[in-house]
Design a protein around this ligand. Structure first.
Ligand code: GLA
Length: 739
């Protein structure tokens, strides 16, 4: 809901549990008055009345004691009395860099419009507010668009710039979201890591100065996710205030928090400004990506719950996306089973075992095209290697399908190998600075996806195969970042547009291919989680969370990822032991338990398993089929997330079923039995509790499970896992509260 108050100068954006209040001061400067738990009043401008005390700041508009720098400016500019870091910066033909935006008016409408060329949250019920700002001297108009998704407790923001000048102008910086707080006591929570250890939670106290997470890689990257949350110190899973932003964008980004001289905090997120600039011709407009802003007054669990529901219902698309009808199959992927070394016989043997073990889709990974038998050639040459495949790709796919499995295929379309026909015929298609050597990463170069011809080549090459071959699933990989930032196709004064144009080009490709092949489930991948962001999720409703398949490392990767992204978006596989990446040996049952926290798959040589291992895998696929709806669409409770133990509980949407998973990482001698307390249940409802793998069950109240908990077994070694299923008894007789 949006309420316009105080002579149409205060805007109260209201969701089920939160309020965001924005205000246009008499001077026309917009300020942010409040964002937090829902408030009901109708007059708020008084909050800004007394912000006049600081000294040594520049005056504003000649108004006595009015110094802009003390105010929580909503969308701050550069070249005026507010000398903190601005949310945007434009430069003009005369060399000046000043833009003086003042409130011009507003518009309200229902239903979120699709952003031109960019992914965004979509929801017809959303209330939208456009705040229009103008610079009367340059003629530039900036519109801040807010989407209020009431039942999701989410607010979105994007920014539109229109050049009303008579000549071209340059956008040097443009944040998508900006909010200022009149306080400075916050922890910054970010998701950091590297290849094979993505998205670890990182929490640190912010102090006066700037704190930033960002990417300059041309992709959101393994190192920092485009997510940043500010939390009151002491905020935990189920208590405390937290304010989060997540950018729906897959390229270089920045997220910054500045604590200023007067204990105020400015929080911003958008496209990375370093190396970015965009020429806007007279009359043209530029739209920023969208940022999702979520406040929770009930801790991190509720923050994640809002992100999860919003993304499941308003972001993930494609046949299998969203709440209803999702049928992400249990996969067998041949990558860690064979790497590049396979032939038709081996693939079919794997498929035969996969069917027997209850899997549903066979994914042929890297190495099926060109002459690719290592990572040294053929990216860009998307023609089947008939010799290696023992016939055509279609024949192989049909043989796999005749066994009752769907067929999936790996692509890495944004890349080119120097040793490829594509590169030999189009060397200029690679991103490069002509006359300088090109650096290789994984022996490959990045195609200039900003160029329409390159986009069309990618669309046609992938489309051709998807038309010819019965493919139900595509794994879309991207295995290196951009180094020599330069395009052979952009004019020299537009080179700084490359990063954003690349992402717009990628989105065009994905829009086209996912539109043409609505029945295909696309999975995103960038050497694992190198582009795990809501931009990719809009087109590809699941992402390969990490190349690291070690169950212990995965516990924390998936835990961090779950702060923002729902489990239905995570690809999680069981692989062989010792783990190929770090050599760790973990029980197969624990590997299964961990991989069941997302979309379960397997990538190991099923043909070399012993009978007991096969039985265990069969048990896992059977169990997963029983619980996957709860994992995909249920509410997540992170019961234990630090130290030596991890525990997760998913409760189905209607509250009638639950899945509890527990892992003790290292065994400890001389301990006494402990219990695992649950959360989120109805205290006076009765639940039947089944320990997975045992036939006995018990029936107890929710209050018992939440206060006394489940008994944990004595671990028989490291990496010990346990699982339980909960069923709410329909005819419980005690009176109950809640709901
Ligand atoms: C990347 C992916 C892996 C696999 C290989 C194939 O590393 O993340 O899962 O597909 O490429 O080359």
């Amino acid at each position: 809901m949006i309420r316009v108050l105080e002579q149409e100068r205060t805007f109260h954006l209201i969701t089920a549990r939160t309020s965001m209040i924005l205000h246009a001061m008499p001077s026309g400067h917009l300020i942010s008055l409040y964002w937090g738990s829902r408030v009901e009043d109708d007059a708020f401008s008084c909050i800004a009345k007394d912000l006049k005390r600081a000294s040594y700041l520049s005056g504003t508009d000649g108004i006595k004691n009015f110094r802009l720098e003390q105010y929580p400016v909503l969308y701050p500019s550069w070249g005026n009395p507010d000398l903190r870091k601005p949310a945007f910066q434009f430069s003009y033909e005369d060399g000046s860099q000043m833009t003086d935006l003042r409130f011009f008016g507003y518009r309200e409408y229902q239903g979120k419009k699709k952003l031109e060329g960019l992914p965004s949250v979509l929801n017809e019920e959303a209330q939208c507010l456009e705040l229009i700002l103008r610079d009367s001297i340059s003629g530039v108009e900036v519109t801040l668009t807010y989407g209020v998704l009431e039942s999701y407790d989410a607010i979105t923001q994007s920014v539109n710039v229109t050049n009303g000048n008579q000549v071209a102008m340059q956008i040097e910086r443009l944040m998508s979201g900006c909010f200022s707080f009149l306080e400075d006591q916050y922890d910054a929570i970010t998701l950091n890591g590297a290849w094979a250890r993505e998205c670890h939670e990182n929490r640190q106290r912010i102090r006066q100065g700037s704190f930033c997470v960002e990417s300059l890689r041309g992709a959101s990257g393994h190192g920092q996710n485009p997510f940043l949350a500010l939390a009151e110190p002491g905020t935990e899973e189920d208590k405390g205030n937290v304010w989060a932003m997540n950018l729906i964008y897959s390229g270089s980004f920045e997220a910054c928090v500045e604590v200023d001289m007067h204990q105020n905090t400015r929080f911003m997120m958008g496209i990375q400004s370093f190396g970015f600039s965009w020429r806007l011709e007279k009359g043209e407009s530029f739209v920023s990506p969208e940022v999702v802003m979520i406040h929770s007054g009930q801790g991190l669990g509720a923050m994640s719950g809002s992100f999860h529901r919003l993304y499941r219902e308003c972001l993930l698309r494609g046949t299998d996306a969203g709440r209803t009808g999702r049928k992400s199959p249990i996969l067998i992927n041949n990558w860690e089973a064979t790497y590049f070394n396979f032939d038709k016989r081996k693939l079919l043997e794997l498929a035969d075992e996969a069917v027997k073990l209850g899997m549903e889709c066979f994914v042929l990974d890297d190495g099926w095209f060109g002459k690719r038998n290592s990572d040294e050639s053929s990216l860009g040459d998307w023609t089947e290697n008939r010799k290696k495949l023992g016939g055509s790709l279609s024949e192989l796919a049909e043989e796999i399908r005749s066994r009752g499995l769907l067929f999936g295929l790996w692509f890495e379309p944004e890349m080119v190998s120097p040793d490829s026909d594509l590169y030999r015929s189009h060397p200029e298609w690679a991103i490069q600075v002509q006359g300088r050597p090109m650096q290789l990463a994984r022996n490959q170069l990045v195609l200039d996806v900003s160029c329409k011809e390159v986009q069309d080549y990618i669309i046609e090459s992938v489309d051709r195969i998807l038309k010819e071959v019965p493919v139900s699933y595509v794994k879309w990989d991207m295995n290196r970042n951009i180094t020599e930032w330069n395009s052979c196709f952009l004019q020299k004064d537009r080179q700084k547009e490359l990063g954003h144009r690349y992402i717009l080009g990628l989105y065009r490709i994905l829009e086209e291919l996912t539109g043409r092949h609505k029945d295909v489930l696309f999975e995103g991948c960038a050497g694992g989680g190198g582009r795990f962001d809501p931009g990719m999720l809009y087109y590809m409703p699941q992402i390969w969370t990490s190349d690291d398949t070690d169950a212990v490392e995965r516990l924390d990767i998936q835990l961090g990822t779950s702060y923002v992204y729902p489990s239905v978006a995570m690809g999680c596989h069981v692989s062989a032991c010792p783990n190929h990446m770090i050599g760790r040996i973990t029980p197969l049952s624990t590997r299964g338990l961990v991989a069941m926290q997302g979309n379960l798959g397997y990538e190991l040589d099923l043909t070399s398993l012993g009978e007991e291992e096969k039985q265990e895998i069969h048990r896992q696929t059977d169990l997963y089929k029983q619980i996957r709806e709860i994992i995909w669409n249920g509410k997540l409770y992170r019961l234990k997330k630090e130290g030596n133990e991890r525990a997760f509980l998913y409760i189905s949407e209607d509250g009638s079923k639950g899945v509890v998973s527990f892992v003790q990482i290292l065994a400890k001698p001389n301990t006494v039995p402990k219990r695992l307390k649950l959360n989120g249940l109805k205290p006076d409802a009765l639940y039947r509790v089944e320990r997975v793998g045992e036939t006995d069950s018990m029936v107890v109240h929710g209050s018992f499970l939440m206060n006394l908990g489940l008994d944990l077994k004595r671990p028989q070694g490291d990496f010990h896992g346990e699982q339980w299923l909960l069923y709410r008894e329909e005819n419980f007789s005690t009176c109950h509260t809640g709901e």
